[in-house]
Design a protein around this ligand. Structure first.
Ligand code: HEC
Ligand code: HEC
Ligand code: HEC
Ligand code: HEC
Length: 148
């Protein structure tokens, strides 16, 4: 490639990346949500508060750490600009007791495991790195018991 060609290619690459970034920001995450999935009409625990704003902006966690699509049966991080689906679109197995005893293919579809296996390992890692972390680890820190 000639030098001029390289510069042109570079300019196009920059424009492309800028547009890709705009597309990513076009998918807006709600700042704060309360997770209360309709797969469990009679939940046994209280709903869980989750802040996109803090996780994305303060803790600098990429969308694709939690949101994924499936390619050749494997989970891959949400590609730029792709639509965000609710977890229960795919994780629609509802067992909430003894879910770790389900056959492996059912475990992969289990919704409770999907939530817990997403949130908890990362929080445990945060605690190892920073013992006074705000990241909740115990049941009651996420499922805050109703005030008496
Ligand atoms: C630490 C994990 C995590 C990160 C990081 C994260 N999200 Fe989420 N997001 C969730 C969870 C959990 C839900 C609730 C999903 C559900 O109810 O099935 C959710 C819900 C959403 C929803 C609403 C979906 C619906 O139909 O109700 C959108 C939109 C969304 N996220 C976009 C984003 C974008 C964009 C980013 C990156 C800026 C992002 N999220 C980063 C965990 C995360
Ligand atoms: C488009 C379908 C789809 C959506 C939407 C989806 N998942 Fe998954 N997820 C899968 C599949 C399929 C696997 C198993 C991949 C494999 O076998 O490697 C998986 C695996 C996982 C795993 C690792 C397996 C485990 O249980 O330890 C976690 C954790 C997980 N998903 C959490 C989530 C969370 C949280 C959400 C919503 C924010 C979500 N998933 C949305 C299809 C999906
Ligand atoms: C990839 C890492 C990661 C994942 C996944 C993750 N978190 Fe966190 N979360 C953190 C870190 C890091 C902190 C606290 C950092 C600190 O102490 O400043 C935190 C803090 C929190 C807090 C307390 C502060 C706040 O934001 O209000 C709550 C509640 C929380 N997370 C809920 C969740 C839930 C619910 C999920 C799963 C849906 C989840 N998190 C998934 C990394 C993660
Ligand atoms: C990091 C946060 C976090 C921690 C810690 C956590 N959970 Fe959860 N759990 C969730 C989220 C998010 C959901 C999905 C909430 C919903 O849709 O109601 C969930 C769902 C559940 C459900 C299924 C829905 C229901 O209410 O019946 C049960 C049962 C449950 N958790 C029990 C526990 C127990 C027991 C512990 C402690 C051993 C625990 N959780 C620790 C985040 C957490």
């Amino acid at each position: 490639m000639t030098r001029g060609g390289k510069i042109v290619a570079c300019v196009f690459a920059t424009i492309f990346m800028f547009c890709a970034a705009l597309i990513v920001y076009a998918v807006q995450a709600p700042d704060e949500i309360t997770i209360k999935d309709s797969l469990w009409p009679n939940p046994t625990k209280t709903p869980v508060k989750f802040s996109h704003k803090k996780h994305a902006e303060d803790y600098k966690i990429a969308c694709g750490q939690c949101h994924h699509i499936v390619k050749d049966g494997k989970k891959v991080p949400l590609p730029e600009g792709a639509a965000v689906e609710k977890c229960d679109k795919c994780h629609n197995e509802a067992t909430i007791q003894g879910e770790k005893k389900l056959p492996p293919d059912q475990q992969k579809k289990n919704l409770k495991l999907a939530f817990h296996d997403n949130c908890i390992p990362c929080h445990k890692k945060a605690k190892q790195e920073k013992p006074d972390t705000k990241a909740p680890i115990t049941c009651n820190q996420c499922h805050i018991p109703p005030a008496k």
